[in-house]
Design a binder for this molecule. Structure first.
Ligand code: GDG
Length: 724
């Protein structure tokens, strides 16, 4: 088994320059550091990241590197300018605002982008120094969005996971970034891409489909020959760490100290990094409104506002700090009394045991971000509530709100609602508080950070295993050589070939997909080989097949087996089918064409097809699902089947399918060589009907009963070329 390499912008520790040239290594207590502790500290595993200092001297770098190696860490040294342009610049002034829907703060500058590429490349070089085939690499967050693709280019088979800790915006917002395609192509180098919520995942998949033109099936995307998966993995906290800390003597001592000095009153707690996405000004204004609207709470409730300094080199953050300072000043100036201060404001980071005491002491946690990938503060508050009292007010815009529906959920733009929620929380009965808290604790305990790590890494292994299994199905040189050998030895042979997607690529209009000259020559040559039978087995109507292939010495099966034409014979109907259902289905489909621009109906003798290839992405799929459910019961009672093809829905009699038609040909003779090739799921019937030792080949990445797989119709043509 290979090792695991974790990569993130920062290492789970801070290196500081101490006095007399001494270096101090201060471990981080962050959620990610604890969660991944069990991973990177083990065996030959390693964590790669920026150590948080600049060194000009080689000597200092070497010392740091040696010291970090003892802790299974590997530093990526960056210059001051690189941090300015890549970290404060592209990461925090382009991606962060865009991804949090603060587009007015986003800066789109080429120099920042170039630094972003350069630093991702630098991370890639450090990873490549250590990575070996068979290793697992887990890349974290938006600062390293390009890294998966860069590693993939050098190590095509290595296992790469990527997790985004912040939201992924709607494609309408994401597409504003000039380098949107490069960003997507970068992250698509991963095998597994994880988000906190289903909405983030949905937004990402829609961006991939509209901007990179790659569709997905239930989150599986096919990039070239590789299938990668996208899913939601809501991150948790180290539950026991918070619960145990809250029970410790030093924390209880801290709480007693706070309460003694603050007197008998209730507390509302607010904890964030300094960031405009956290909605701190809105929160303050709502607290002000609360004191105005409900004066009975004045003197009885204080807000403890803890803001942790962050990114204060960036202008927008400096301005935000000033805004908060002003608001706190204004509110305290207006409402303060000799024995009561409305807001206790701390602009600094507190040690864990003090933070834990605040979580213990608070009656209400007011967590109201404008947008937040997950938000761990609210989970930490819940885990610290040992007696299960306390109320959480949580913004709908935090990823955590998807899991914590027992909180009082609010929209952070609705200040009146926030003020009312405060009143509601402060007046909630103890029984009610405990009942909500119990439910939330059970959730947070179960989906803790260790669970999250195991789930993600386990899934990455599964994706890799599935890829390997698919690889074994790939019709590589050896398989093709074997097919050729059996073909050459056989005295009689039959080849069932689907048409669209198998012998030609897809076109915007079905009638544009006429066979090219090369294909016709190829089929002609193939049919001319002694003892060969070449059968085109298609869903197309028989007139079209006749007009395209009538002049060739090949056999034809049309409309999934309704019509058939054998060598030197006329077209023959499988049998007379009842077609009364068509008059009922047609108007229904017409009504969908009316409300779906770009869609159209194709009428065949024994089926009706609704095409949506030219309909807006997503909209066509939605309508297709609507039609499916609209026709569900009708289809059953009329003995019809609704087939989902590539951007088409086809409705036909259920007794007809390609497999049943192919069986008629198989009954004609004992063949020494049988081949069936097809790309969509109507071809699965053909595959299933084939004798055991036949060669069945699926074109495309979807799951199939076929023995082998190729990527495109071009490879099918190459194979047939060989057989001539
Ligand atoms: C990003 C995403 C996502 C805060 N003040 C102090 C302190 N903290 C700790 C908290 C908590 C952490 O900082 C903040 O985490 P959040 O999740 O709330 O927010 P971000 O920093 O923005 O994190 C976020 C997260 O990544 C994980 O994927 O949830 O949505 O934006 O753990 O406890 N810790 C100490 N003193 C403080 O004063 N010791």
């Amino acid at each position: 088994m290979g090792k695991t390499i974790i990569v993130s912008n920062r290492l789970p520790l801070r290196v500081e320059k101490g006095s007399k040239g001494k270096l101090n290594f201060i471990p981080s207590e962050g959620g990610l550091a604890t969660g991944l502790g069990s991973v990177y500290k083990g065996g030959g595993n390693v964590w790669v990241g920026w150590p948080g200092v600049y060194f000009n001297k080689e000597e200092k770098r070497r010392l740091t590197e040696e010291r970090l190696a003892e802790e299974n860490m590997k530093p990526v040294f960056l210059s001051k300018q690189q941090i300015e342009l890549y970290y404060e610049g592209f990461s925090n002034s382009t991606l962060w605002p865009n991804f949090h829907y603060f587009n007015q703060y986003a800066i789109y500058k080429r120099t920042l982008w170039e630094a972003f590429v350069e630093v991702n490349q630098k991370f890639c070089e450090v990873v490549l120094e250590m990575a070996k085939p068979g290793d697992k690499i887990w890349v974290h967050d938006y600062q390293l969005f390009l890294l998966p693709g860069m590693i993939r280019a050098k190590l095509p088979d290595i296992s790469i996971g990527f997790f985004l800790h912040i939201p992924f915006p709607s494609h309408e917002v994401f597409r504003l970034i000039p380098w949107r395609k490069e960003l997507l192509n970068g992250v698509l180098g991963a095998d597994l891409i994880g988000f906190h919520t289903y909405d983030d995942m949905r937004h990402f998949l829609s961006a991939v489909s509209r901007l990179a033109f790659l569709s997905n099936q239930n989150g599986r995307i096919n990039v070239g020959n590789r299938v990668l998966e996208v899913d939601a993995f809501p991150m948790g906290i180290d539950y026991n760490k918070y619960a145990e800390k809250a029970a410790s003597t030093e924390v209880i001592k801290n709480e007693v100290e706070y309460r003694t000095s603050l007197g008998d009153q209730k507390f509302v707690l607010s904890v964030d990094r300094l960031d405009y996405s956290k909605g701190i000004p809105n929160r303050l204004v709502s607290f002000e409104l609360f004191l105005q609207k409900y004066p009975e709470f004045r003197g009885k409730v204080s807000l403890i506002l803890l803001v942790v300094p962050s990114r204060d080199q960036v202008d927008t953050y400096r301005e935000l700090k000033e805004e908060i300072d002003l608001l706190v000043g204004r509110i305290n100036g207006q409402f303060s009394m000799m024995k009561w201060t409305p807001i206790h404001y701390f602009y600094r980071s507190l040690p864990f045991d003090k933070l834990s005491a605040m979580y213990r002491m608070a009656d209400v946690a007011l967590v109201t971000p404008m947008r937040d990938g997950m938000n761990l503060v609210c989970k930490e508050f819940v885990a610290s509530k040992l007696d299960k009292t306390g109320v959480l007010i949580l913004s709908e815009m935090a990823g955590a709100s998807k899991e914590l529906s027992d909180a009082i959920l609010i929209n952070p733009n609705n200040k009146h609602r926030m003020a009312d929620a405060l009143k509601e929380a402060l007046e909630m009965s103890v029984e009610q508080q405990q009942s909500h808290m119990e439910t939330m604790q059970a959730t947070i305990k179960r989906y803790n950070v260790h669970h999250w790590v195991d789930l993600f890494l386990g899934r990455l292994d599964q994706v890799k295993a599935a890829q390997k299994e698919m690889d074994t199905k790939n019709a590589d040189h050896q398989v093709l050589a074997a097919i050729e050998e059996v073909y050459n030895k056989a005295n009689s042979r039959i080849l069932f070939l689907d048409y669209d997607g198998t012998l030609v690529g897809f076109k915007s209009m079905p009638e544009l997909a006429a066979p090219d000259k090369k294909l016709k020559t190829l089929l002609e040559k193939l049919a001319a080989v002694k003892n060969n039978r070449v059968v085109i087995i298609s869903g197309r109507d028989h007139e079209t097949l006749e007009s395209w292939f009538g002049d060739l010495d090949i056999e034809l099966i049309a409309e999934h087996g309704v019509w058939m034409k054998r060598k030197d014979a006329e077209w023959k109907l499988l049998r007379q089918l009842n077609l009364d259902w068509k008059d009922k289905i047609r108007p229904i489909l017409e009504s969908y064409v009316d409300k779906t621009p770009g869609s159209f109906i194709e009428e065949k003798h024994y089926s009706i097809v609704w095409h949506y290839r030219k309909v807006e992405t997503g909209f066509g799929e939605l309508r297709a699902r609507e039609i499916m459910s609209h026709l569900k019961f009708f289809a059953e009672s009329e003995n019809l089947i609704v087939l989902e093809g590539n951007k088409v829905l086809e409705i036909k009699n259920s007794e007809v399918n390609k497999g049943k038609a192919a069986e008629l040909w198989l009954e004609d003779d004992e063949y020494g060589f049988v081949l069936a090739v097809g790309d969509d799921w109507t071809d699965e019937d053909t595959f299933k009907a084939m004798p055991r030792d036949s060669y069945t080949i699926k074109v495309g990445p979807e799951v199939s009963d076929a023995r082998y797989r190729v990527n495109s119709y071009k490879e099918v043509r190459k194979l047939l070329e060989k057989l001539t």
